[in-house]
Ligand binder design. Sequence first.
Ligand SMILES: [Zn+2]
Length: 226
Amino acid sequence: MIHQPPAGHGPEPGAEGPKPFFAALAAEGLALFLFIPLVLFLFLRQPLGPGWSVATGLAVMFGHRFVAGPWAAKFADARCLWCGRVGAAKAVEVLSGGRTWSMRACSAAHAARARRFLGFVSRFRLPIALGIFVPLAWLVAASFAAAFGHPLLPHPVNALAFRVVVAATVVVTSLAPLVPSAGAEAAVPARCPFPIHNLVLLGIGNTMWVFRVVGAWWLIDAWLRL
Ligand SMILES: [Zn+2]
């Protein structure tokens, strides 16, 4: 699936041109992103039963970074971290996972939005982390408890609680780049307290749209179940 980019991370003159290269990278990013809904499907629908579904989901989750991380790093200096467009030239330094990522944005506006988003998730990393990892930990623990014959709560209750808390968290987070904040254009490197490779597979801006749409759907679905 991973292909070699043309020399210099740009299209060769007279060769494929920028569009096929962009399309190939966008397809690869999408394919890598789709592992995230696959994990959610395994956790929430549990087609293999609670134990094996969650164990498989965890294995995919932890294995995913070893493919998606290097892929994101390989194209970090070629793609816009906000929209994923190839040929982005504006430098945006991001500190994440103990290293500095030399990333790019295709315009000052996209660089500012990415910085604003990263500033928000850095400032509110604790509530965001709690809003994602507490329901995840509960769902994993409850599923293994059920697999070993000691169910804590019925799975539909656990799944609904997971969807409501995670959806509320990601919808609020996804609206952060829309709120103006001082210092978004600061020269200091932006920080990302979460694995940045998951955000750049589609570009942060596109990922936020997925968060808004799926999050809103989960919240409306939960409301209709009341
Ligand atoms: Zn862009």
